[in-house]
Design a protein around this ligand. Structure first.
Ligand SMILES: [Zn+2]
Length: 212
């Protein structure tokens, strides 16, 4: 199961959620490495469900399978991206692989300065994809905080973030026999060497996730 990655190699958040034009939403603006146009990488393997070219070239990408959220949620994820100046390469139904560059920062829509507007949502694409919120801004359905949805890894540099993103880091701590447990931050990965019964000691509130 995939872990959705922050869609830019540089995190530089210029407008957080519930601020300014993001009032009553979990939208963030990411301006990438510098004032130039940075690439946007697919956070997960997904399919384009909607494109809205009358405004800011909004694109909704829905995960093909359920993904693992940093807060432990396991569900589909949908993300809306906005402001790419040219999306001629995209169409509804197009399948995008995780980490593939598929979108760009830009200034399409009512904005100044190249950036990408990112809104994460829990679950599959629903309805028209968005709704007009109490502050009058169009906001993705079932929005969820970005730090509860997106992971970072060693390929991503945090320049400026109001939010703490959970890191995927792999460190092998034991190479006994065929068993290679891996400790990640707040995470213990053990790959069963064969089909068998295994005992796990869990502390209160710890979560056990089993996947293949
Ligand atoms: Zn925005």
């Amino acid at each position: 199961m995939e872990k959705p990655l922050f869609p830019s190699k540089y995190i530089r958040i210029t407008q957080g959620y519930n601020e300014g034009t993001h009032k009553d939403s979990y939208a963030i603006d990411n301006a990438g490495k510098d004032s130039e146009i940075s690439d946007i990488y697919a956070p997960f393997t997904g399919i384009i469900k909607k494109i809205y070219s009358n405004d800011a070239n909004e694109v909704w990408l829905e995960s093909i399978d359920k993904v693992i959220y940093p807060d432990g949620t396991i569900d589909y994820m949908t993300i809306m991206f906005a402001h790419d100046n040219n999306i001629d390469n995209l169409f509804v139904g197009k399948r995008i692989k995780q980490n593939e560059v598929f979108y760009q920062e830009g200034t399409k829509g009512n904005v100044t300065g190249n950036h990408c507007h990112i809104e994460c949502a829990k679950g599959k694409f629903t309805g028209t994809g968005w709704y007009k919120n109490n502050s009058g801004y169009w906001s993705i359905n079932n929005g969820k905080k970005p730090e509860e949805c997106l992971w970072i890894d060693d390929s991503i540099t945090v320049l400026n973030s109001k939010y703490k993103f959970k890191k995927i880091s792999t460190e092998i701590v034991d190479k006994k026999d065929d068993i290679k447990p891996v400790i990640r931050k707040n995470e213990f990965i053990f790959v069963a060497p064969k089909t068998d019964l295994y005992g796990v000691y869990l502390k209160e509130k710890q979560k056990l996730i089993i996947e293949d």
